[in-house]
Ligand binder design. Structure first.
Ligand code: AVI
Length: 324
């Protein structure tokens, strides 16, 4: 099939899933939109700006680990045999590039396999890495994490090391995180590794400030999803009639964002109509914060053994190393 036709069929399929998820989410008694849809072109740019804000400490913390504790991290990986290093949702791979440089300089035999849903991001990454690390063995995997992982597992017997960085696990509630880890475990072989970044509970003000920034970038990041729905799904949200609200519960560790309807209003999405009461909320995103006992429970419930953990210098974030 010609690739333009193939791409337009794939786009149509994605739009169908997007529409279905939006309709299902807005039809629930507690209206909900999925934060995975934040990342269109504008959303990517806003997230980039969020990562550069001084209040948003997560990126710096994990960068500290990958930049300054690379040898400690790589000790868990190197056992004398070649391996596949698979990064789930690699994006620009800014943090993992430190690790790739370290392993390449040490002449370790491995293949880097970034998985991302965006082919565009992968080709930019490929171009940058080829410039920086011309000897790196790299295989791009465009698509769904689990489908791509299965494809890799079927492809070779080499040991697999998965990276799931950036606190992305926090964008799942605890039950979803368990299901996700369990599914990863079911795909891996004994001895394979999963390295996950967890944002830790800390002073609640520090956490709330990271998600409730005074410049309003997080607010725009949330509201942008309504603009995306308007554009892509033939909807008529009046963005000025919704307001971002952020909340952090230091006991459960759930940092949650909502959009509040400022008036009674009706919104059309394709042929569907949704009524919003004044003050009604749309549940937008969870960024779950962990403490050690939660990480221990998640690992053991999903079948993994924790074999190591590396924290940043402030002890705000950890990369936890689990073995299947
Ligand atoms: C991508 N993810 C880990 C970010 C987080 O911290 O939950 C997304 C984000 N939402 C608001 N600010 C950043």
């Amino acid at each position: 099939m010609d690739s333009i036709l193939q791409r337009s069929i794939t786009n149509e399929k994605h739009q169908g899933i997007f529409l279905n998820d939006v309709i299902t989410g807005l039809s629930k008694p507690q209206k909900k939109l999925h934060s995975k849809y934040f990342y269109d072109e504008k959303g990517d740019k806003l997230f980039q700006k969020i990562m550069e804000m001084p209040e948003y400490y997560l990126t710096d913390c994990e960068m500290d680990i990958f930049k300054n504790k690379t040898s400690e991290l790589s000790e868990y990986m190197i056992d004398g045999n070649p391996f596949d290093l698979i990064e789930l949702g690699a994006g620009d791979a800014l943090k993992s590039t430190y690790l790739l440089k370290y392993l390449t300089a040490a002449k370790i035999n491995f293949t880097y396999m970034p998985i991302d849903i965006s082919g565009n991001i992968l080709s930019v990454l490929d171009r940058n890495l080829k410039k920086e690390l011309p000897d790196l063995d790299i295989k791009l995997l465009e698509g769904d994490y689990f489908k791509m992982l299965q494809h890799v597992m079927d492809g070779s017997d080499r040991r697999k090391i998965l990276l799931f960085l950036g606190g992305n696990i926090g964008n799942m509630d605890v039950t979803e995180a368990y299901r996700f880890c369990r599914e990863l475990y079911s795909k891996l072989k004994k001895g394979d590794l999963l390295i996950t970044g967890f944002d830790l509970k800390k002073n609640p003000h520090t956490i709330l400030n990271a998600y409730n920034d005074v410049r309003g970038l997080t607010a725009s990041f949330n509201l942008n999803l309504l603009a995306r729905i308007n554009r892509e799904l033939d909807a008529d949200f009046d963005i000025s009639k919704f307001q971002h609200y952020q909340n952090y519960d230091p006991i459960s560790g759930a940092c949650k964002s909502y959009l509040v309807s400022l008036v009674n209003q009706t919104v059309n999405v394709s042929e569907h109509q949704f009524l919003f009461n004044e003050h009604e909320l749309i549940d937008m995103e969870i960024s779950q914060k962990y403490e050690q006992k939660d990480i221990d429970a998640l690992a053991s419930k999903s079948g993994f053994k924790i074999i190591g953990q590396i924290a940043d210098s402030k002890n705000w974030f950890v990369d936890s190393v689990w073995q299947a």
